[in-house]
Design a protein. Structure first.
Length: 391
């Protein structure tokens, strides 16, 4: 159960923007059940055999998360293209889109390193460093990596649009932005002292950071990295970055909530931030459950590959059968039987052998439940169960 707390308000006066208020602004009774479910999902995920598949899982999460957070901000790389970009040396980036992906990877690395440090605190130096990493070498007429906005009279920053709750004019003057950013970080430090859990603190920092909108460019990416860093510091693995995919899948709701929560606070409505925190927790629950399923799938693949090797060593299958199952695992599944039989690698296995031998090899794999053939004549590895698969 979420520990009982009272709202913590901080009203900040600025030189030009006017008053700004930070508040927890959530209905504890409303989110308590969801909060418990997220923590339960986290415990189940943390107790799964992560060590055996950590390298593969981390690689997948980084790629999908960078794809997600980049796409939210208009990035055009596909997930496969993101993977290719992340495999590049930074000096090999050929275009702006690849540079954006590599920059995010650098920011993620900074976040992971910071979160692993026992004495790390969220401060302006870290915020600026994340922004500098994210926007490094990216063309923009006004943005300066790591430097706060200071709009001239001719340049007005506005965020949002009519489709997502309207447009909002954040503070324009660097002095106000500095005051509010420092106040946000101080307010967050007070929430830590009050032992408000990271599952509540992190999205609140994200929400208010976007309202301050301190940089010319990259604010959304920075806000999501800050949120993830606070969650990782609290012991959450992988899910903090995977959360970007939840925001991408529900991008309209994500953008709208920034405005609706801000407007609710301006009208002094009770619990103005509740909707965003609930939305965040729903995403964390989905991310944790999906990651848990993925770990189980990766462990299944690992165990199946070990089983294949043992069967080969024990001569329960021959080298041809081992090749067939290994190729299926490498190609992904399901694999149409006729497609496999037309493949050069498959045909080369039976150049001097009869069709009877081919059928015997397949039947042996079916009988030992190493392969399954479904009603559409598609091959599945044996550890995948399907209601329409048939031996």
């Amino acid at each position: 159960m979420l520990k009982s707390f009272t709202d913590h308000l901080a009203r900040v006066e600025t030189a030009r923007f006017g008053p700004f208020k930070f508040q927890i602004g959530i209905d504890q009774a409303n989110i308590d059940s969801l909060y418990l479910r997220v923590n339960d999902a986290h415990r189940r995920f943390a107790s799964s055999p992560l060590a055996q598949v950590a390298k593969q899982l981390e690689k997948e999460v980084v790629v999908t998360s960078i794809f997600g957070t980049n796409s939210i901000e208009g990035g055009t790389l596909s997930e496969d293209e993101t993977q290719i970009a992340l495999d590049l040396d930074p000096t090999q980036a050929q275009d702006i889109e690849q540079r954006r992906a590599l920059n995010l990877k650098n920011a993620y690395d900074q976040a992971s390193k910071a979160a692993a440090s026992p004495d790390w605190l969220l401060d302006t130096r870290f915020v600026r460093a994340v922004h500098a990493a994210i926007t490094n070498d990216l063309p923009h007429p006004y943005n300066r990596p790591g430097q706060l906005r200071n709009n001239s009279k001719q340049i007005i920053t506005q965020v949002g649009n009519s489709a997502h709750g309207g447009r909002y004019k954040p503070p324009q003057y660097e002095g106000d932005i500095t005051t509010l950013l420092e106040a946000l970080l101080q307010w967050h430090s007070e929430l830590v002292t009050r032992e408000l859990p990271a599952l509540i603190r992190a999205p609140l920092v994200h929400l208010y950071f976007e309202q301050i909108h301190p940089f010319r460019d990259g604010n959304g990416r920075v806000g999501r990295v800050l949120e993830a860093t606070l969650l990782m510091q609290a012991g959450f693995q992988y899910a903090p970055f995977a959360q970007a995919n939840h925001y991408l899948r529900h991008i309209d709701q994500y953008f709208t909530l920034f405005n609706s929560c801000r407007k609710a606070a301006a009208k002094s409505r009770p619990y103005p931030n509740n909707a965003f925190i609930q939305f965040f927790l729903e995403g964390m629950l989905d991310s944790l459950n999906s990651l848990h399923d993925r770990v189980n799938a990766l462990i299944g693949v690992l165990l199946f590959n070990n089983q294949l090797r043992t069967y080969l060593d024990d001569k329960r299958i021959n080298a041809r059968q081992y090749t067939i199952t290994s190729q299926l695992m490498n190609a992904g599944w399901p694999l149409p039987l006729d497609q496999m039989q037309r493949s050069p690698w498959y045909q080369s296995l039976y150049l001097r052998l009869t069709d009877k031998t081919r059928q015997r090899d397949l039947r042996g794999l079916y009988d030992q439940s190493l392969l399954r053939l479904d009603s559409d004549k598609r091959l599945w590895p044996g550890f995948i169960t399907s209601k329409d698969s048939q031996p």
